[in-house]
Ligand binder design. Structure first.
Ligand SMILES: NC(=O)c1ccc[n+]([C@@H]2O[C@H](COP(=O)([O-])OP(=O)(O)OC[C@H]3O[C@@H](n4cnc5c(N)ncnc54)[C@H](O)[C@@H]3O)[C@@H](O)[C@H]2O)c1
Length: 342
């Protein structure tokens, strides 16, 4: 089958990019992945090909901040658009080494926009984040909420959104699909791709994975005295395949209307830390030991998306529930553990 369009995925071997590559190929697109492997492995490309065939997939090792590399990539392909995942994403690291975050996340975006402009490619879907809302107290959060960076990583996302607005205002050929992700978890149902953070995970599900496999002794739950049904923090978790399919819908909407959009991508429904632990125990049949510690500074009780605009503008609605998120995470974790001992 001839692909509908060819899409460049910067950072496409990472957690969200790899799942989106699968969703794109399954929706009839051709995906060209550009990744410098700074936070991923070449083997992820083989796994993507194993899931959806290699006919409509290509991998190029390269750095999005490298103008010469981008020039070569754009000259060799006829892209309909780009999905820009390539970025550094650790809040703690962004505080310790802000310059490298400004370089990769902001200079990388500028170089990409320049290369797109030169090549006459004006459709971009951008990986933004709920972090642009900072420490909001009102939930669910609508897209109209004030942007407010509370760390350097968050600053790069706020600044990127502002840059896109300025570029779009100056030249109406651009269409930007800005997707503000909430908390992606889970893995592809095949168990072949998933999240594989280096070092001690900063996020809840990868941490639980390591407790389930015995690599970490217990989970620490920060605060059980929040104003939530069971006292623990509530977050808007979204299955990574739902999020991946949201990118396809974003491109489809740009293709159909020529218009951009700025939308939250979440389920609109929150789950507490204890609910996540229970669901994980149910699907894995493993008890997850945990202890309660005092609240962490800066954490809020509830952080959930108002998901109605993505539904209205893109027709986006998350389909997979918390059990499916935990089931697929556990299946992926088991495959990784098997591979380590093989
Ligand atoms: N995972 C989340 O919870 C989350 C939430 C909100 C937003 N985001 C954003 O989504 C995007 C993807 O996140 P992810 O979780 O898949 O991260 P990831 O680290 O798994 O994937 C990012 C990929 O980009 C690559 N990369 C980094 N710098 C590069 C460069 N200079 N040139 C080329 N490739 C480069 C890495 O090797 C990696 O494969 C990021 O922009 C991130 O900020 C992620």
């Amino acid at each position: 089958m001839t692909p509908r369009h060819t899409i460049l995925l910067t950072g496409g071997l990472g957690y969200i990019g790899s799942h989106t590559a699968v969703a794109l190929v399954e929706a009839g697109y051709r995906a060209v992945i550009l990744d410098d492997l700074s936070n991923s492995e070449r083997s992820v490309f083989d796994a993507i090909c194993q899931i959806c065939g290699d006919e409509h997939l290509e991998f190029i090792e390269g750095d999005v901040t490298d103008a010469a590399c981008l020039k070569t990539v754009f000259e060799a392909h006829d892209f309909f658009g780009v999905i820009h995942f390539a970025a550094k994403k650790s809040v703690a690291e962004s505080e310790a080494d802000p310059l490298s975050y400004l370089h990769t996340n902001l200079s990388g975006l500028v170089e990409l926009l320049r290369a797109m402009d030169t090549a006459g490619v004006y459709n971009l879907v951008f990986s933004s984040s709920a972090t642009v809302y900072g420490d909001q107290e009102v939930f669910p959060i609508p897209e109209t909420a004030t942007r407010h960076a509370v760390n350097t990583y968050g600053y790069t996302k706020v600044a990127s959104e502002e840059m896109l607005e300025r570029v779009g205002t100056a030249d109406d050929r651009w269409s930007f699909g800005v997707l503000r992700y909430f908390n992606p978890i889970g893995a592809h149902g095949s168990g072949l791709i998933g999240e594989n953070p280096k070092g001690i995970p900063a996020n809840l599900l990868p941490y639980i994975d390591r407790v389930a496999t015995g690599e970490l002794p217990e989970l620490v739950v920060y605060g059980d005295d929040y104003d939530t049904p069971d006292g623990t923090g509530v977050r808007d978790y979204i299955h990574v395949m739902d999020l991946a399919e949201g990118h396809v819908q974003s491109l489809d909407a740009i293709d159909a209307t020529g218009q951009g959009h700025v939308v939250n991508i979440g389920t609109g429904q929150g789950y507490s830390v204890l609910e996540v632990i229970k669901a994980y125990e149910a699907v894995s049949d493993i008890e997850i030991p945990f202890r309660i510690a005092p609240r962490r500074a800066g954490d809020v009780a509830v952080y959930c998306a108002d998901a109605s605009l993505a539904r209205d503008v893109l027709g986006f609605q998350a389909k997979r529930d918390l059990f499916e998120m935990c089931r697929t995470n556990w299946a992926w974790t088991q495959k990784m553990a098997e591979a380590k001992t093989a």
